[in-house]
Design a protein around this ligand. Structure first.
Ligand SMILES: [Zn+2]
Length: 155
């Protein structure tokens, strides 16, 4: 039966090879500085290198493609206390995470608010937001407490 409410399967259903999935749109961000203040002692710390990090964000539901953010950022070394640290990216993602806060929050909401099991939440994120998150990762986020994640986000 034709009409706006007719069932249309996900275009990626049945695809088994990663390279056949829609390509991510990549947007560039820069957090690359010559100098930053040391978070430990407050002295000025020079950049020692520039690094690139890729984060998976919520995708584009209109064109059905995933979205990645590529951040070019600086790493610094403090001559005062010897500490190494990165340019601040706490507004975008947790340290070492491969996903933006937007993905983490969407995933935690699916489980906590909508009561979806982890596997279904994982599938929903792919189908509606074009971001692939293994269900075990979602489970870690939920068990770590949505609280902690939200807390770090609001600074
Ligand atoms: Zn220092």
């Amino acid at each position: 039966m034709a009409g706006p409410g007719r069932y249309v399967g996900d275009v990626t259903e049945g695809i088994t090879r990663v390279e056949d999935l829609p390509q991510a749109k990549v947007s560039q961000r820069r957090r690359n500085y010559r100098r930053r203040l040391c978070p430990e002692c407050g002295r000025s710390a020079y950049r020692v290198r520039t690094v690139v990090r890729r984060l998976h964000d919520l995708g584009d539901p209109v064109c059905g493609r995933p979205r990645d953010i590529q951040i070019t950022y600086s790493q610094h070394h403090c001559p005062g206390c010897g500490v190494y640290f990165n340019a601040d990216m706490d507004d975008l993602a947790l340290p070492k995470s491969h996903y933006t806060y937007r993905v983490v929050h969407a995933a935690v909401r699916l489980v906590v608010e909508d009561g979806l099991p982890y596997r279904l939440a994982s599938w929903h994120l792919w189908r509606e937001h074009r971001v692939f998150v293994p269900f075990a990762t979602i489970q870690n986020w939920v068990e770590a407490g949505g609280k902690k994640v939200r807390h770090t986000h609001r600074r």
